[in-house]
Design a protein around this ligand. Structure first.
Ligand SMILES: Nc1nc2c(ncn2[C@@H]2O[C@H](COP(=O)(O)OP(=O)(O)OP(=O)(O)O)[C@@H](O)[C@H]2O)c(=O)[nH]1
Ligand SMILES: [Mg+2]
Length: 287
C-alpha cells in the first residue's frame, strides 16, 4: 500500500546515511559540522529533507516538518548541551521505583522504547558535547535496568528508561508506568521505534500506554542509517498513519535520528530545549 506513495524509481538498497562513520564523531557539534557541504549539513539537521524527494507528490509533508527551527536556534540549543562550570551536565541518580525519585522542579523528559531500540545511544549522542557524562549502551537487549536521571544544569533532566520486550526487567511495568502517570515535572515522553524494522506489537502496546496516560509524547524513529530509504520510508509512513488515526496526545511529527551518524540529533536537542522552556525560538514564521 505504501509503495504507491514512494517514487517508483526508489531503490530500497540505497542507504540513508550521507556521512561516513569515520567522521561521525566530529559531528557532535553543529559548529564543526557546518564545515561540510551545505546540502549535507541541511540533511543532518533536518533528516526528513533527505527523504522528501523519494515521496510521491500526493503525500502531505506538513506533519513531517512542523518543528523546523532556524539554524541559529539549533545552534542556541546546542550550547545547553555543553557542560561548563556554571552549567553542569551530570549523571544524577538511578531508581527502580517512583518513591526513590526525589521531587525536582526542573522539567524532565524521558525516553522509552523496546530493549535495544537505541534509547541509551540516543542520550549518549545528545550528550556527545559532554563526553565525561557516562551513558552505557550495549548490543545486548535489556542492558539498562533502572531509570537513570541526567541533569542538564538547572534547565532540564533527561531520563533513560529500561526497555520493554525481550529481556526487559520483570518489573518494568511497576517501575515505569507510575512514573509516566504521576511524575509532575514530566514535560514530554519520547517513544522510540526502530526505523529499520518499523512498528512492532510491543511498540503498539507502548503507544496505547502513552495514550492512556493522556500526557504529551513524541515518536522518535531510530537507526535511520541501518536500512535503505525505501524500507525506512515505508516504516515511517506506516507509523505516521498510526499517529494520525489512532492517537490524540502524540505530536504529529516523528523525529528521525541516527545516533551513529548524528543525523537528527541537533534538531532533537533544539526540540527538547524548546519544550522544556530552556530557549525561546527566534523565528518560526519562516520555517
Ligand atoms: N546502526 C545503528 N545502531 C544503533 C543506533 N543506535 C543504537 N544502535 C545500536 O543498538 C544497540 C542497542 O543500543 P542501546 O542504546 O543500548 O539500546 P537501548 O534501547 O538503550 O537498550 P536497553 O537498555 O537494553 O533497553 C547497540 O548495539 C547500539 O550500538 C543507530 O542509530 N544506528
Ligand atoms: Mg539502554
Amino acid at each position: 500500500m505504501f509503495s504507491l506513495r514512494l517514487r517508483p524509481w526508489l531503490q530500497s538498497g540505497f542507504q540513508v546515511c550521507c556521512v561516513s562513520r569515520h567522521s561521525a564523531h566530529k559531528l557532535a557539534s553543529l559548529h564543526k559540522a557546518s564545515t561540510l557541504p551545505q546540502k549535507k549539513v541541511q540533511s543532518l539537521i533536518y533528516p526528513f529533507s533527505q527523504l522528501d524527494a523519494y515521496l510521491d507528490r500526493s503525500v502531505d509533508r506538513t506533519a513531517f516538518q512542523l518543528f523546523h527551527p532556524s539554524v541559529e536556534d539549533v545552534m542556541k540549543a546546542e550550547k545547553l548541551f555543553c557542560s561548563s562550570s556554571t552549567h553542569k551536565i551530570d549523571y544524577h541518580i538511578s531508581a527502580e521505583r517512583m518513591e526513590q525519585i526525589p521531587a525536582m522542579k526542573q522539567p524532565e523528559v524521558c525516553f522509552i522504547g523496546r530493549s535495544n531500540v537505541g534509547k541509551s545511544s540516543l542520550i549518549k549522542a545528545l550528550f556527545s558535547l559532554a563526553p565525561e557524562v557516562e551513558v552505557r549502551v550495549s548490543k545486548t537487549p535489556g542492558h539498562t535496568k533502572k531509570m537513570n536521571f541526567f541533569k542538564v544544569g538547572k534547565s532540564f533532566t533527561l531520563v533513560d528508561m529500561p526497555g520493554y520486550g525481550h529481556r526487559a526487567p520483570k518489573d518494568f511495568v511497576d517501575m515505569v508506568e507510575p512514573y509516566l502517570y504521576a511524575r509532575k515535572n514530566l514535560a514530554r515522553t519520547f517513544l522510540l521505534v526502530d526505523g529499520s524494522v518499523g512498528l512492532q506489537t510491543a511498540d503498539r502496546i507502548a503507544l496505547e500506554m502513552c495514550e492512556e496516560t493522556r500526557r504529551p509524547y513524541v515518536m522518535v524513529v531510530t537507526k535511520t542509517d541501518k536500512c535503505g530509504r525505501g524500507a525506512l520510508l515505508t516504516n515511517l509512513l506506516n507509523l505516521q498513519d498510526v499517529v494520525k488515526t489512532q492517537t490524540t496526545s502524540c505530536f504529529p511529527q516523528p523525529f528521525l535520528v541516527s545516533s551513529m551518524e548524528f543525523s537528527g540529533i541537533y534538531l532533537l536537542r533544539c526540540f527538547i530545549a524548546h519544550i522544556t522552556g530552556s530557549i525561546r525560538l527566534t523565528d518560526t514564521s519562516q520555517s
